[in-house]
Design a protein around this ligand. Structure first.
Ligand code: 13P
Ligand code: SF4
Length: 324
């Protein structure tokens, strides 16, 4: 059968982009009664346009509070999916559906089930960086902001499985002293690339700089940190600290907020192995102002999920929000 080429839909024609994208986005936001939520790892121009910028927990809480008809989520898929789980009647948009996460992608539910079957007495606690299917298998969800508090809320006698981030999991074991917690072998492609050797070298050049690290980093990097915390905790620490110079061992998108709130201080991104610039999250950075505009204009790409899965994933998220 002869197939005629499909005409380029007018709605996505690149030549139809307005000259003043920011203004066009703000107009569409009003017309759509939309709220724009952005993670600290987004490009600074996307952060500056958002109604709310935060870490994973704050963004889930903002999604829970919103009364907007449309949530435009500038972050990665699991974050937008969490917003949809909390808001089944609202339209949740992600500017680029390919914005995934190496932690979520490395932990498919079938593989997790095989691993869990080896530990029948354990209860599963999952990092929010996972799919709805993995959330649905979990007793509780955590983020890097509340993980320690939530792990401590389980009786010491309760054995725990922690998925999917091995580095956050091991950091939690060190923080809580729990010896009955087993960690899944997942990791973040961005945080595991920081180089201990380059960090030590950089610290010699900046002896007064404090090292601030995200708990997704490898232990070899974390042991050099003056402070370990979530993106929002790292930002707060940098702003409040009397120190003037900081080495930042997480995605460098956080530096935008640090510079805004502490303009006189110096923030140096931690180096990756081989000096490459691969500490930018390639998933987060897929979202651009152009895609934000197109998403609001076309109400697409939309994040959806089956209702039975949504309900199963909702329970451990609600448990986390109640414990936060
Ligand atoms: P936060 O919850 O600290 O913002 O971290 C999210 C994330 O994806 C880190 O890589
Ligand atoms: Fe996932 Fe790592 Fe990107 Fe965070 S920085 S979204 S954990 S790939």
């Amino acid at each position: 059968m002869l197939r005629l080429p499909l005409a380029q839909p007018e709605a996505t024609a690149p030549d139809k982009l307005p000259l003043d994208l920011e203004d066009a986005i703000l107009q569409l936001r009003q017309q759509r009664n939309a709220v724009i939520l952005a993670h600290y790892y987004q490009d600074s121009e996307v952060q500056d346009l958002a109604d709310f910028v935060g870490d994973s927990l704050q963004l889930a809480q903002a999604a829970q509070r919103t009364k907007a008809d449309v949530i435009l989520f500038c972050g990665v898929h699991f974050m937008a999916e969490t917003a949809k789980i909390l808001n089944p009647t609202r339209t949740v948009l992600l500017p680029d559906l390919a914005a995934g996460c190496s932690l979520a992608d490395g932990c498919p539910p079938e593989k997790l089930r095989l691993w869990m079957d080896r530990y029948p007495d354990h209860t599963l606690v999952s990092y929010i960086n996972c799919s709805a299917a993995v959330k649905a298998m979990s007793d509780c969800i955590v983020t890097s902001s509340n993980a320690e508090k939530i792990i401590r809320s389980y009786p010491a006698s309760q054995p725990i499985l922690f998925a999917p981030d091995q580095h956050l999991g091991r950091w939690l074991i060190r923080q809580t002293g729990r010896d009955n917690m087993v960690v899944y072998p997942g990791s973040c492609m961005v945080h595991e690339i920081f180089s201990e050797r380059e960090l030590v070298r950089l610290r010699m050049d900046h002896p007064r700089a404090q090292v601030l690290a995200h708990p997704e980093c490898d232990e070899r990097v974390l042991r050099h940190a003056d402070f370990v915390g979530s993106t929002s905790a790292i930002i707060r620490y940098a702003v409040d600290s009397p120190a003037q110079e900081f080495i930042i061992a997480t995605e460098p998108g956080v530096i935008h907020e640090m510079q805004k709130r502490a303009p006189g201080k110096r923030f140096i991104p931690a180096p990756a192995e081989g000096g490459c610039a691969c500490n930018q999250c390639p998933h987060m950075r897929l979202n651009t102002l152009e895609k934000v505009y197109l998403a609001l204009r076309d109400l697409s790409p939309e994040v959806t999920l089956p209702e039975d899965l949504r309900l199963r994933a909702l329970r451990p998220i609600e448990k986390m929000l109640a414990l936060s």
